[in-house]
Structures are given as structure tokens and as C-alpha cells.
Write a protein that binds this ligand. Structure first.
Ligand code: THU
Length: 136
């Protein structure tokens, strides 16, 4: 699958227009192509209980599932100026869960694999290996 990264970044920038950011004033938009070619996106939705804030990646993953599930083939997130930003640590974990070996992310240092963005991530495989007695 060929990824149109400019179009994906533009979709992420469009998503920032929906952000609810009364506390930080920092809109974030995220966009991804699912493994079946579907485009999904999300924006950050803040909360007066600051820690309850939903990052843009949260609403993106919700949309991924609400429109059929699958895994993320390509991902980017941007700020309100449309500039590429890095997913926060929590969201790297969130993305890891729904990634595959083919997942690519457009980052501040170019296109990266999920393993480069979250090296040796803890995920479903870790739990499965423990259950099977093959971890460690
Ligand atoms: N934010 C995201 O939406 N995603 C990230 O990966 C980084 C941070 C949001 C959370 C908060 O609403 C704002 O950016 C400032 O931290």
C-alpha cells in the first residue's frame, strides 16, 4: 500500500479544527490509514479534571474501532499549526496495541516503525507468552 503522507498530514491538521482545548490551548489532530485503506482521525478533548483529557490518539482509536477495527498501517499527529509532533508516551503504548510489523509513523525525525517509536514495547504478545510459559 502506498501512503500519501501529505494527504494524511492534511487530514490530521483538519482534525485539529475539532479539538476541545479550553485548558492548554494546544489543539492536536491525529490521522491514520487502517490496514484496509480506511482513513480515521481524531482530536484531543480536554477535561476540567486535567488527567481525564483524551489525547487525539484516543479518539482516533475509537474511530478505528467504530468503523470496523483492524490495525494501523500509517499514522501521523500534528499541532494546530499543522506541524508534526510526537505521540506522548501513553499514546505510543495505545498505538502499539493496534499496530503491526508494517506500521509506519511520520515523526519529527521522518518515517519510523512502531518499534523505533516504542522500542521493545509491552503488548498482547507479552501476555500471551506469559500464559504459554514462554516468557523470559
Ligand atoms: N496531546 C495529544 O492529544 N496527543 C499527544 O500525543 C500529545 C498531547 C494533547 C493533550 C493535551 O490536550 C494537549 O495535547 C497538551 O498536552
Amino acid at each position: 500500500m502506498t501512503i500519501d503522507w501529505d494527504a494524511l498530514q492534511a487530514a490530521a491538521h483538519d482534525a485539529t479544527k475539532h479539538a476541545y482545548v479550553p485548558y492548554s490551548g494546544y489543539p492536536v489532530g491525529a490521522a491514520a490509514i487502517a490496514d484496509d485503506g480506511r482513513l480515521v482521525s481524531g482530536c484531543n478533548i480536554e477535561n476540567a479534571g486535567y488527567g481525564v483529557t483524551l489525547c487525539a490518539e484516543c479518539s482516533l482509536v475509537s474511530q478505528l474501532f467504530m468503523t470496523g477495527g483492524g490495525t494501523i498501517r500509517a499514522f501521523v499527529c500534528v499541532n494546530g499549526d499543522g506541524d508534526v509532533i510526537m505521540p506522548c508516551g501513553r499514546c505510543r503504548q495505545l498505538l502499539f496495541e493496534h499496530s503491526s510489523d508494517d506500521t509506519e509513523l511520520l515523526t519529527v525525525s521522518g518515517i519510523r516503525t512502531m518499534d523505533e517509536v516504542l522500542p521493545d514495547g509491552f503488548g498482547p504478545r507479552s501476555l500471551e507468552e506469559y500464559r504459554r510459559g514462554t516468557s523470559g
